[in-house]
Design a protein around this ligand. Structure first.
Ligand SMILES: C=C(O[C@@H]1C=C(C(=O)O)C=C[C@H]1O)C(=O)O
Length: 246
């Protein structure tokens, strides 16, 4: 049997899922790679992977996209690892650098600046550009939020704008996946979430960052109805941004 190729995010936010997959029999049926989120997206889009923990902003680019698991990377309000760090308050941001690792949070920053703070901002992907503010996600943000004059947690700002939780990444397939495999996959992911204590014990301590609060409270992993609603609304906002550009 051909192994199912899976691309997962190489950040702490995915460690419980990886624990579940590697401590279940399903590990013998998959080829698992750990990638930065933008590469997870690229692999599912170009067919190098069958399933990926995809940044949701890239879902419209996946042929035959379907969400295959009951779990995701989400939050309800602040997540503590998806930030706009800035030298000026949000309503004074004129230029912003995007994060090459990200697809969702780059778009979330654009949505928030346009529809929440109602600002017209110039965006750049040039890593050396000097800008008022920049997007940073994942482990590279841990313990950094006091280093900047302003740190906007985008999960929190999204909740202020919409009243909804958020879904950053979902397990998305680019082909039909059997119900048997999905059931086994979900069981493995749940096993990992149920063993967050063991996951936590294996993690190196992170200065000025509460890993336990992150894994148990800030991150929320269930694909709920409200989180699906948020996903659809987010994709509508992105479409609206594209229209504004034309
Ligand atoms: C909460 C996070 O969610 C993520 C943010 C992503 C993005 O911005 O594209 C993609 C996957 C997740 O890793 C994080 O990375 O800190």
């Amino acid at each position: 049997m051909n192994k199912i190729k899976i691309s997962a995010v190489a950040y702490t936010n995915t460690k419980a899922f990886i624990y579940g997959l590697t401590h279940s029999d399903i590990i013998n049926k998959i080829d698992l790679s750990l990638d930065i989120p933008s590469d997870c997206a690229a692999k599912v889009i170009n067919g190098q992977a069958d399933i990926g923990l995809m940044p949701v902003a890239a879902i419209p680019l996946v042929p035959n996209a379907n969400i295959v698991a009951d779990y995701c990377i989400g939050s309800d309000g602040g997540v503590n690892s998806v930030f706009i760090f800035s030298e000026v308050p949000a309503n004074e941001i004129k230029t912003l650098r995007l994060d090459a690792h990200s697809r969702t949070s780059n778009n979330l920053a654009k949505v928030l600046l346009k529809f929440h703070w109602k600002k017209e901002v110039e965006f750049t992907t040039d890593p050396d550009a000097k800008t008022d503010a920049f997007v940073l996600i994942g482990d590279r943000t841990f313990g950094k939020k006091d280093d900047f004059a302003y740190a906007y947690d985008m999960g929190e700002e999204w909740k202020k704008l919409t009243g909804l939780p958020f879904m950053y990444a979902a397990w998305v397939a680019n082909k039909e996946i059997s119900e048997d495999f999905k059931a086994e996959f979900n069981a493995a992911l749940k096993f990992g979430l149920d063993h967050r204590k063991e996951v936590l014990a294996e993690l190196a301590e992170s200065p000025n960052f509460d890993l336990e609060d992150y894994l148990y409270h800030k991150l929320q992993f269930d694909v709920t109805e409200d989180r699906k609603k948020a996903l659809n609304l987010f994709l509508e906002y992105i479409e609206e941004l594209e229209k504004v550009k034309l």
